[in-house]
Design a protein around this ligand. Structure first.
Ligand SMILES: Nc1ncnc2c1ncn2[C@@H]1O[C@H](COP(=O)(O)OP(=O)(O)OP(=O)(O)O)[C@@H](O)[C@H]1O
Ligand SMILES: O=P(O)(O)O[C@H]1[C@H](OP(=O)(O)O)[C@@H](OP(=O)(O)O)[C@@H](O)[C@@H](O)[C@@H]1OP(=O)(O)O
Ligand SMILES: [Mg+2]
Ligand SMILES: [Mg+2]
Length: 347
């Protein structure tokens, strides 16, 4: 563990005083001063810095010996730090190259997470491929992905492509690229086949699955899993489908403000997915995706107690809204530096 001594300049003064006055206060201060620091460099958008790096997180981190340092993107990464961990969520090829080069020249630093692995989640088709490949089914339930189709160009071909692929209406149209930009979150719901021509590729078209208007956000931080309930789009009946036509853009229905944790829900809708199923899913996804920081949006098919669909996976999601994130995140960072230390002492 490459750590720094904290407050070393003041330490001798305090020790001299401490010989005579070993009050509880001075012992506490001494202990704190002798503590080492784990340095976490971060490269986040200002929006993400604000939502993630809240004073309560920084305060707890400092008490545990973790220091967050902003990475200056205008200076070479190797000249900054030294870091034990690099935490990042920025887009662009240039940044990915900088990080890849840094990982190569600084194998002792844990980069959360590898840029290539994150890139996999920036495309709504490859994002869900791991879940489909896994084909998870056990006594606790079944986890799949909704039937979906990629349309790269030519909106006029969509109605035919949808019929050919056997996709049923209604359909959720999602931008193919999911890079965290506002545009990548602009989704629409299509009620009839003809209107699908109005959509703007590149897109993923996904069957809408009725799920009782509630979804489960499964947050993953290393080995830890936290699940919350959020409101979602309501069910669409056959009758509604036959009476409506058109494509409708819909807003961010399941954002943090749409918490359903305190709502009085029908148990068949609100019951959390079985823990063992989520643990298996999370473990397998961590391995297959090669990521430690992500969340999944999971829905339960309405009326089917144990049939679940993953509809979205997000890298470095809004952890600031995850209950207890300060403790979970700081413990996770400490476990990483501890395993770095163990690795080094074995070499
Ligand atoms: N296949 C589906 N069936 C039913 N509802 C869906 C489906 N796909 C998406 N939704 C609804 O649309 C919302 C947004 O979809 P999705 O999560 O894919 O978008 P996003 O912009 O990536 O969201 P996030 O803010 O979580 O990144 C979901 O929260 C859910 O309410
Ligand atoms: O909008 P919320 O506050 O809920 O948080 C969202 C978060 O915004 P933040 O930047 O404020 O953390 C988003 O980040 P960007 O990709 O846009 O950078 C994205 O990760 C969403 O998936 C998060 O929703 P969640 O899945 O965690 O609920
Ligand atoms: Mg989502
Ligand atoms: Mg998403």
């Amino acid at each position: 563990m490459r750590m720094k001594e904290e407050f070393s300049r003041d330490r001798s003064d305090e020790e001299a005083e401490g010989e005579e006055t070993t009050s509880q206060f001075s012992v506490g201060v001494l202990q704190q001063q002798q503590r080492k620091l784990a340095v976490v460099g971060y490269a986040l958008t200002s929006k993400k810095t604000k939502s993630f790096l809240q004073p309560k997180l920084e305060g707890l981190a400092r008490n545990k010996g973790i220091l967050f340092v902003a990475i200056d993107q205008n200076r070479p990464l190797s000249e900054q730090g030294p870091f034990d961990i690099v935490l990042h969520k920025l887009t662009g090829k240039e940044w990915r190259q900088i990080l890849e080069e840094y990982r190569h020249t600084h194998p002792e630093v844990t980069v959360l997470d590898p840029p290539d692995a994150i890139q996999h989640l920036h495309n709504r088709q490859s994002m869900l491929q791991c879940v489909a490949d896994m084909n998870l089914s056990d006594s606790y339930g079944k986890v799949g992905v909704p039937k979906q189709l990629v349309i790269k160009r030519d909106a006029s071909s969509i109605p035919e492509a949808v019929t050919k692929a056997g996709l049923s209406l209604p359909i959720v149209a999602k931008p193919l690229v999911a890079d965290g930009s506002a545009k990548s979150h602009e989704l629409s719901l299509a009620y009839d086949q003809y209107s699908l021509r109005k959509l703007e590729p590149p897109l993923v078209l996904q069957e809408f699955v009725n799920h009782g208007g509630v979804l489960f956000k499964v947050y993953i931080v290393g080995e830890t899993i936290k699940v919350v309930r959020r409101f979602s789009l309501p069910d669409i009946t056959k009758r509604e489908l036959s009476r409506n036509a058109g494509v409708f853009q819909f807003p961010r229905v399941s954002c943090a403000a749409a918490s359903a944790d305190d709502a009085d829900l029908d148990p068949s809708v609100g019951e959390l997915p079985p823990r063992p199923l989520l643990e298996r899913l999370a473990k397998e996804l961590r391995r297959r995706l090669g990521l430690r920081l992500f969340n999944l949006d999971i829905i339960r098919e309405h009326g089917a107690r144990d049939h679940f669909y993953v509809i979205d996976i997000n890298y470095f999601p809004g952890y600031g809204k995850m209950p207890g994130y300060e403790h979970i995140f700081t413990d996770f960072l400490l476990s990483l530096v501890q395993s770095q230390y163990k690795k080094r002492s074995c070499q």
